[in-house]
Write a protein that binds this ligand. Structure first.
Ligand SMILES: Cc1cc2nc3c(=O)[nH]c(=O)nc-3n(C[C@H](O)[C@H](O)[C@H](O)COP(=O)(O)OP(=O)(O)OC[C@H]3O[C@@H](n4cnc5c(N)ncnc54)[C@H](O)[C@@H]3O)c2cc1C
Length: 473
C-alpha cells in the first residue's frame, strides 16, 4: 500500500508499498501506518491537545533500527519526529504526515553497581529507571513525574527533587550513543566527539537520535525524608515570603517547590479543604534522615498548616507521588519563566493568578533550583541557566475543548504579568509549541556554538521537530 509522506521541503511524496516493505524487512521492530492496530496508541502523547497523524511510525527495537529509520527519512526527504517518553508539552514527538521514530520499546536499563554507572535506552521512563537504580541503592537526579521519558528530559537538562545536591540529569551524563543525520552511530563523551557531547546536554533533540545514555549514579535511599506541607491560599503571600528566606539558607540536600492550586480530594487533606485554594510546599532531603529533620524544621514551623505529611518515604515512591495529578489524557498548556529570586512583585502576581485559576487542575509551580546546578559554568554544557533560583511553570490543565480559550488566556495573562520579575530565559523542556520566537531565550549565550555544532552534525536540519536550532549557514 502506498503512503503519502510530507516532505521537509514542503509538499508530499508517494512512498510505494514495496519501499515500505523494504524498510520493514530491514528492521527488528515494527512499522505502523494508519491502517494498523496500535497506530492510535503509538501516535498519542501525554498532552491531549496534540492530535497529529504521522504517515509512518517506526517502532524501533534497537540502534540498528534507528539507523535504518533515520536513513529512510533522510533519503525520502520526509518530515521526521523522534519520540522518547512522549511527555513534551509541545508534542514535538509526533509529526503530521511524516516519519515518527518511536523509541518507547527500547527499555533496557543496565546498572553497574560497582562502577556506579547506568546504561539506559531512550524508551525508559523515570520510574522504570528509578526502580532499577534503587534496587542497588543508587540514583541519578531526574524529574518529578515517573512517567516522563528519560530521553527528552536529559537532552533538555532535567531537574527534580535531588538536582540541587547532584546537578541536572544532563550533568550526570557520562556519554551517549547517537545516530546522526547521516545515519551513522557515533559516541559522544568528554573524549569522543566532545562538541556533540556538549551540545546534547541542554540542546534537546537537535543533533541526532540518542540510542543509549550512560549516567553517573550516587548512593541514596531506599528512604528519603520527603512530603507536602499545605496551607490555605489566603496565607500564600506570607508563606512564600518565609519560604523565600528559608530556601535561601537551605543546604544543597534540601529542595522545596511551591505549588498553588485547588485542593484535590486527597485523603490526607480535611474534607472542608477540598476544592479550596491551597499553597503546597513539596520538599525532599537528599541525605540522612536525622540531618533532614534539622534542615526541614524551619519549613515545618512556618505556621499552622492544613496538613503536614513530611516523613520518610521510599525514594522511588516519592518520585512518583505526584503522578495521580499528572496523568496523560488531559488538555495541557504551559508557559514558563525563570526567576533569580522570588521578588515581592512575583509573589503578589502569582498569588493573584492562583486565586483565579480557570480549572481545578491548573497549578502555578515554582521549582527550586540552584545548589550543584549553579556551580557548573554556563558555557560548560549547552544548558545555560546556571544563575537562576526558580523555574515557574504555569501548568494549565483542563478536560473540555470548550475551555481551551479561557484556560490558555489565563496562562498567557499570568505569563505576561510575571514577565517584569523574570530573567528572560526559559527552560527548553517547558516550552509550548507556539513559542518559536522564544527559542533564543532557551539557549542564551550558548546559541551560537549550538548552531555551529548543528551545522556539523545536521546541516540540512533533518531533526527540526524540537525547539529548533538552525544550522549556521
Ligand atoms: C507531567 C510532566 C512533568 C514533568 N516534570 C519535569 C521535571 O520535574 N523536570 C524536568 O526537567 N522536566 C519535566 N518535564 C518536562 C520534560 O523534561 C519534557 O517534557 C521532556 O521533553 C520529556 O521527555 P520525553 O522523552 O518524555 O518526551 P518526548 O515528547 O518523547 O520527546 C521530546 C523531544 O525530545 C527529543 N527526543 C526524545 N527522545 C530522544 C532521543 N532518544 N534522541 C534524540 N531526541 C530525543 C525529541 O526532539 C522530542 O521531540 C515534565 C513533563 C511532564 C509532562
Amino acid at each position: 500500500m502506498n503512503v503519502n509522506l510530507a516532505k521537509l521541503s514542503g509538499g508530499t511524496t508517494v512512498i510505494p508499498g514495496e519501499m515500505l516493505d523494504g524498510l520493514k524487512s530491514r528492521i527488528r521492530g515494527t512499522i505502523l501506518t494508519e491502517r494498523d492496530d496500535g497506530y492510535t496508541a503509538a501516535r498519542s502523547v501525554w498532552n491531549a491537545m496534540i492530535d497529529r497523524r504521522p504517515a509512518i511510525i517506526v517502532r524501533c527495537a534497537g540502534a540498528a533500527d534507528v539507523k535504518e529509520a533515520v536513513r529512510f527519512a533522510r533519503d525520502t526527504g520526509g518530515v521526521l519526529s523522534v519520540r522518547g517518553g512522549g511527555h513534551n508539552i509541545a508534542g514535538s514527538a509526533v509529526c503530521d504526515s511524516g516519519v515518527l521514530i518511536d523509541l518507547s520499546l527500547m527499555k533496557s536499563v543496565h546498572i553497574d553497581p560497582f562502577a556506579r554507572t547506568a546504561r539506559v535506552e531512550p524508551g525508559v521512563t523515570l520510574g522504570e529507571f528509578d526502580r532499577e537504580a534503587q534496587s542497588f541503592g543508587l540514583v541519578t537526579p531526574t524529574g518529578i513525574n515517573s512517567t516522563t521519558g528519560i530521553a527528552g528530559l536529559t537532552l533538555g537538562g532535567g531537574f527534580g527533587w535531588i538536582s540541587r545536591k547532584f546537578g541536572l540529569t544532563a550533568d550526570n551524563l557520562l556519554g551517549a550513543d547517537i545516530v546522526t543525520a547521516d545515519g551513522q552511530l557515533v559516541r559522544a563523551s568528554d573524549v569522543e566527539n566532545p562538541d556533540l557531547f556538549w551540545a546534547i546536554r541542554g540542546g534537546g533533540g537537535n543533533f541526532g537520535v540518542v540510542t543509549s545514555f550512560e549516567f553517573r549514579l550516587h548512593p541514596l535511599g531506599p528512604e528519603v525524608m520527603s512530603g507536602l506541607i499545605v496551607y490555605p491560599l489566603r496565607q500564600a503571600i506570607e508563606m512564600l515570603k518565609r519560604y523565600r528566606e528559608i530556601v535561601a539558607a537551605a543546604p544543597d540536600e534540601l529542595t522545596c517547590w511551591s505549588v498553588m492550586r485547588t485542593a484535590p480530594p486527597l485523603p490526607f487533606l480535611p474534607a472542608e479543604a477540598h476544592g479550596t485554594g491551597i499553597i503546597v510546599f513539596a520538599a525532599c532531603y537528599a541525605g540522612a534522615t536525622n540531618a533532614a529533620e534539622t534542615a526541614m524544621k524551619p519549613l515545618r514551623e512556618m505556621g499552622r498548616p492544613i496538613a503536614d505529611v513530611i516523613g520518610p518515604h521510599s525514594f522511588a515512591g516519592w518520585q512518583s507521588a505526584l503522578d495521580p495529578l499528572l496523568t496523560p489524557g488531559a488538555r495541557n498548556y504551559w508557559k514558563s519563566h525563570s526567576f533569580t529570586t522570588l521578588s515581592d512583585g512575583a509573589i503578589a502576581t502569582l498569588v493573584d493568578y492562583a486565586a483565579k485559576v480557570p480549572s481545578p487542575e491548573c497549578e502555578l509551580v515554582c521549582a527550586q533550583l540552584g545548589g550543584a546546578i549553579n556551580r557548573v559554568p554556563a558555557a560548560a554544557t549547552a544548558y545555560p541557566h546556571r544563575d537562576i533560583g526558580f523555574v515557574l511553570n504555569i501548568h494549565t490543565r483542563w478536560r473540555e475543548p470548550s475551555d481551551d480559550g479561557a484556560c490558555i488566556a489565563w496562562a498567557r495573562s499570568a505569563f505576561t504579568a510575571c514577565k517584569p520579575f523574570a530573567t528572560g530565559g526559559v527552560y527548553v523542556n517547558f516550552m509550548p509549541e507556539e513559542e518559536k520566537d522564544r527559542v533564543a531565550s532557551a539557549y542564551l549565550g550558548n546559541a551560537e556554538r549550538l548552531a555551529a555544532i548543528k551545522a556539523k552534525y545536521d546541516p540540512c536540519n533533518l531533526f527540526r521537530m524540537n525547539q529548533n536550532i538552525r544550522p549556521t549557514p
